[in-house]
Design a protein. Sequence first.
Length: 245
Amino acid sequence: MFKPNLWQIPTIAPQVQQHLAHKTEILIERLQQIAERHQAAKFASSLAVEDMLITDLIAKCGIPIEVFTLDTGRLNPETLALLEQVDQRYPNLTLQSYFPQAAAVQAYVSTQGENAFYDSVEQRQQCCFIRKVEPLNRALQAADAWLSGQRRDQSVTRAELPFSERDQARRIAKYNPIFDWSERDVWAYILHYQVPYNRLYQQGYPSIGCEPCTRPVKAEEDIRAGRWWWENKDSKECGLHTQSA
């Protein structure tokens, strides 16, 4: 597993900087093209390093893409702290938070139990729907396209991820602008431009979700092994990205 806290900015070789500059130029072009093609494109940020990269470029380049995040009500303190850093770093960027419906959360807790998501994939997906998918649906009601920070090498479920696809359920376009970026590419950008990131990465969390559903991983494990670690690797999606084709 790549450990970002061990990779310091002064050690980035010239060829790595050139590679990063080229990747960044292409990414800016992609984001600008998306904004030109659509009237109301929105970027769903999970505050992961991938999403911080995209947010940084949207803010710095003044690209007219709205950025929002989903506050599930069960995020780590470190993730919530990053929200404050984003507000301070990008004063001209409005990062809107969408929350789950309180009544739906209460009904789930009352009937299933607060941590029922450990009991089965179905109950975990129901929790994800309440805390993530339904708020995402609300966030995208007026959008004609949305963006994610997904990458191909994050997991087996994303190995064939394209740059653009169609969100059939919402009948809008969907884009994965860094689908072809590696983990090292992402961290090269984050460290080179000193973009704020979640401090859980330095504690062995290469992929971060809700606090009770995420744990650190071992050096030899897949980067998403800490997400819903009690499930089979083929089921490790929350439902946000399973409605596109």
